[in-house]
Design a protein around this ligand. Structure first.
Ligand SMILES: [Zn+2]
Length: 413
């Protein structure tokens, strides 16, 4: 039988009776995973605390299979997804959106599911989710991926805190964007430290300090360990009418051990150096990692103001970067080249000054150690909060004036 005949979206064939509606269901727990393979096929098996209904689809470039699930609490060994076998190179798992979990399988070569099933295990105390894969030819896989793209669910979800301000609250808005989240863990350091957790902890501390100042309003792009697509992060910034957007990361940068310490990046079409270009490229892959292939939506500003606005936004972004570098300098924490630029997608709002702060690099053992100490986090967030307030000072002093006619141009004056 030809694989294409299966179509692309396979819903599990086994339907098990669900619990009575009065009892709120316990979250499904994934306790084990294994990959069985022979010359013909590869079976990816998850042991779950109870049955779920999965949805499986293919993505190209790189070749991946995505398994969408309701919320699953994955309690798998650290290296569960890194054991290659048969047609499976690796897999990742985690929260994709509120109420939705996802597994993204990286394939060795094009392969499609020939069977997706949920089978109760003896005693009915658990169930096995089985995805059986077979080799597919390129045209067949491409066709499956194209069908999936047409039927793609909306990737973006509003994961952030977008509470509307109280009437009369005209304090400037800072959007804090903790990088990565959920299924996208970001860089991984020694001892399986995940970038998404390091940056989230620091972002929360920064938020608390800025809120305590009472001088700005803080909006987060994510409030929890959940994936947020790159377009969505930019959109949340614009929706919040942000006066400043700060994305927080702690990536790894291979083969560039001299890059360590805090670094601030602003957006530009041309990168200042090869490391910055590489970093932006890897950062821009965040959607792909989570099995999202949304093309970038270029946010535009209406009409003739477009170019002017963009230029002014770049000037202000650079001003924030200089303000932060000044603070870093004063604290003696400056690295060789603390302000760099590259084409980060998350920094492309045309009318919001934006910067991406690398707190340090998980590829540097000393940075990694430092970033996990409470003392370092206090100092780093003091520095960041100080720079944010310095930068927004003119707006705090002059709030609410002259923003009617040219929102983009006048916003910061
Ligand atoms: Zn990152």
């Amino acid at each position: 039988m030809r694989l294409a005949a299966f179509g692309i979206i396979l819903i599990a064939s086994t339907v098990i009776a669900v619990a009575a509606p009065s009892a709120p269901p316990e979250p499904v727990v994934a306790v084990e995973s294994r990959i069985d393979s022979d010359a013909e096929r590869t079976r990816l098996v998850f042991t779950l605390s109870r049955p779920v209904t999965p949805k499986v689809f293919a993505l190209e470039g790189p070749d991946r299979l995505v398994i969408d699930l309701p919320t699953v609490n994955f309690q798998l060994p650290q290296d569960a997804g890194r054991r290659a076998s048969g047609l499976v190179k690796s897999f990742r798992y985690g929260l994709f959106a509120p109420g939705r979990s996802r597994v993204v399988v990286e394939l060795v070569q094009p392969a499609l599911p020939v069977r997706v099933g949920v089978e109760p295990m003896p005693g009915n105390v658990a169930a096995e989710l089985v995805i059986e894969l077979r080799r597919a030819d390129r045209p067949g896989f491409a066709k499956a991926a194209a069908t999936a793209r047409e039927q793609a669910p909306v990737a973006s979800s509003s994961a952030g805190s977008t509470a509307t301000p109280r009437a009369g609250d005209d304090r400037p808005v800072i959007v804090i964007d903790p990088g990565h989240g959920g299924i996208d863990v970001g860089a991984i350091g020694i001892g399986n430290v995940h970038e998404k957790d390091v940056v989230f902890a620091v972002a929360q501390l920064l938020r608390a300090k800025l809120e305590r100042s009472g001088r700005v309003r803080v909006v987060m792009t994510r409030d929890t360990d959940v994936f947020v697509a790159l377009n969505e992060r930019v959109r949340l910034g614009r929706q919040a009418n942000a006066a400043l957007f700060v994305s927080i990361h702690a990536d790894s940068i291979s083969g560039a051990s001299e890059v360590r310490g805090m670094t601030v990046y602003t957006g530009s079409d041309r990168a200042t150096d090869a490391e910055a270009a590489r970093l932006a490229e890897s950062e821009n892959r965040a959607d792909s990692v989570a099995g999202v292939d949304e093309p970038e939506t270029r946010e535009e500003v209406a009409g003739i103001l477009d170019d002017l606005t963009k230029r002014e936004t770049r000037t202000y972004s650079a001003l924030f970067a200089r303000t932060l570098v000044g603070r870093m300098d004063a604290a003696g924490k400056v690295n060789k080249n603390p302000h760099r630029s590259a084409g980060f997608r998350v920094l492309r709002a045309p009318d919001i000054p934006s910067a991406l702060v690398e707190l340090g690099y998980l590829s540097s053992p000393s940075d990694m150690q430092l970033m996990q100490t409470a003392e370092w986090r206090e100092k780093a967030t003091d520095m960041l909060a100080g720079a944010v307030l310095d930068f927004l000072e003119p707006r705090i002093a002059d709030k609410g004036r002259g923003t009617e006619e040219f929102p983009g141009l006048m916003r910061l004056r």
